[in-house]
Design a protein around this ligand. Sequence first.
Ligand SMILES: Cc1cc2nc3c(=O)[nH]c(=O)nc-3n(C[C@H](O)[C@H](O)[C@H](O)COP(=O)(O)O)c2cc1C
Length: 181
Amino acid sequence: MGKKKRLSKKDAPSNITENETIMSQDDFIVSKTDTKGFITYCNEIFVDMSGYTAEDLIGANHNIIRHPHMPQVAFKLLWDLLKNGKEFFGFVKNLRKDGGFYWVFAYITADYDLNGNIVGYTSFRRKPPRSAIEQIEPVYRLLVDAERRGGMEASGALLAKFLKEHDTTYDALVMNLQKGA
Ligand SMILES: Cc1cc2nc3c(=O)[nH]c(=O)nc-3n(C[C@H](O)[C@H](O)[C@H](O)COP(=O)(O)O)c2cc1C
């Protein structure tokens, strides 16, 4: 039997559309990865929302659903926090197999063995309030633009400036947006 191909963002659709799929209020999208971000588990709602089969998803790099409208600095923050044993909260626009998208409010945390070593990560996502998407989308657009011009150094500086101007931190901003503030 041949080795299974591991899907990644290189296999993602290039026909990106404006078709949005909206999460149900009561749903959780759940996935688990190994320490490198390769998917080891996904629930049925993840299968439905992403448009891939469970077989496609297991073993795939989680970036298979990375949307080009997401700034890279968001994922840098995510990995920096997780590798340091901290939790990540954030709003993520994800790319479906059919080129459409869906927004989530994600909570990601590390999984440990009995010796305290990180053995993987788990993400739970809920439906974000529309008001949060409306507020975060233009910020992400500016960050993506900054990245196009000056890489992550530029978007990191822009994010720091934005938080300072609003006298807030990343975590406080995200929590307030999720509350519908
Ligand atoms: C548990 C877990 C869940 C993740 N979920 C997503 C996700 O839903 N969407 C996404 O774009 N990236 C997600 N990531 C981040 C990806 O691993 C990756 O960093 C991101 O897609 C950017 O990929 P790139 O740096 O190859 O462009 C997740 C990572 C972990 C550890």
